[in-house]
Design a protein around this ligand. Sequence first.
Ligand code: FES
Length: 566
Amino acid sequence: MTSDSPQTELNRFSRILTQQMDNPAAKAMLYGVGLTSEDMQKPQIGIASTGYEGNTCNMHLNGLSVYVKQGIQANGLVGLIFNTIGVSDGMTNGNDGMRYSLPSRDLIADSIESVVAAQWYDGVVTVVGCDKNMPGAVMAMARLDRPGIMVYGGTIRSGHYKGQKLDIVSAFEALGKKYAGNISDEDYEGVIKNSIPGAGACGGMYTANTMASSIEAMGLSLPFSSSYPATHEGKQEECKKIGAAMRRLLELNITPADIITKQSLENALTIVMALGGSTNAVLHYLAIARAAGLTLSLDEIQAISDRTPLLADLKPSGKYYMEDMLAIGGVPAVMKYLYQQGMIHGECMTVTGKTVAENLAEAPDLDFEAQKIVFPLSQPIKKTGHIQILRGNLAPTGSVAKITGKEGERFEGTAKVFEQEGDIIVALSKGEILPGQVLVIRNAGPKGGPGMSEMLKPTSAIMGAGLGDKVALITDGRFSGGTHGFVVGHVTPEAFEGGPIALVKDGDLITLDAVGRELTLHVSDEELAERRSHWVQPQPRFTKGTLGKYIRNVKSASEGCVTDEA
Ligand code: FES
């Protein structure tokens, strides 16, 4: 926040185009798109939408952007909608399309940064759904450091089939049941047709809802943004309120640098832990912190996990969906409870122009008698957070595990190595996945994949086949927020860079120890040195195009897979 004379500064960027004599073409173009002489005096706000028709997470975002624009205009500002790309993780294929998913986060960040900076917008509103779109938007907002607000597109409603509630993961698990012969063709089709009933992001505490909840906790969305389902009337109301909030941010000159701080990152990660959020949050918050010029380490994330109990019984490991949260007070009620217990920093600034504590004064209280979705600290589902950072001779620079306690805290088994994700599905269909195995999927890292694919398909298929508590899975790729079971991802260094995971052979003994936080390959140093002497770095799978560029630029998962640092 600066103490500049606020009123004259509201259009501090767009005035370069609208007030200076030497930009006649820009002004002519702005008249050409319909602005008036009066509009030329007003601040301009870019409204970035990841909307597109092809998937349910994003299909409604262009419509929400129109409501945002109405609110912006009603508050004496000019709103100009633009689109970025967006990739839906639910529609990618493990060995092909999913390669583009994580890289899309940085493309979204780059494109929002490019448009807002190049067109001299005074502020930015990002209207986003799906996993990568939110961190991509926030990274851009942090880089730009102009007044900005993120609007979450909202969670999806549940699907229903034969009395059962369904979501995207039900579709994957149905595939596992099909392989195991546990579901009829009719029921399989019934699940697929009914899992996704319309607009909204995947309905459990998967990556989209994890990021939305925690970005709200960080202060970059209006209260309840993460709790209104996509089709709830509250979502439209939120969009219409953005204009007044943006006006206030401009007047007070509150920018993301005032909002994204070490303390607000801790608030975000506390919410990730309390709600049982996705491991992808680790990757994305490492990247968001770097975009904001802050340091955040895996050890700091572990420390937050150590002090934050898992409180919410939400899918994938629990019973409830994000749509159920609104009725119990949504994320603001959870934050209020944690704030009262001294676990949330109240002094952090937010996009309302008020602090977290001031916002929470108006939030509802959790009623622990009436609801069973979020438990009190005295009765946690797990005494510490579910996200654990594991190191050891198999992951010297770190790996990320999701341990809710339901899968046990230690797994020892023999390695079965796969060079690509899709091979597991083939092995599963042939009955070659056996209890006691540690499935190792390698060359799936940020450079090796490339793009660090999510293992949603294999893990869901393994669950569906009834092997979820009998095998473990480790990878230098990632896991979907929908994943559950004994899984360790983000293994670094990745196989492509010669990390120890590249040296594992079928039959090696591996221990996953979530208590000691170790990932151990029980092979002597001499034997590993011998194997390393024969290791040859694979050829990059792409040398050109966006993936070729990604391989050359991306940092390790332990550094957030950022692409804009030397
Ligand atoms: Fe978009 Fe799940 S695939 S939120």
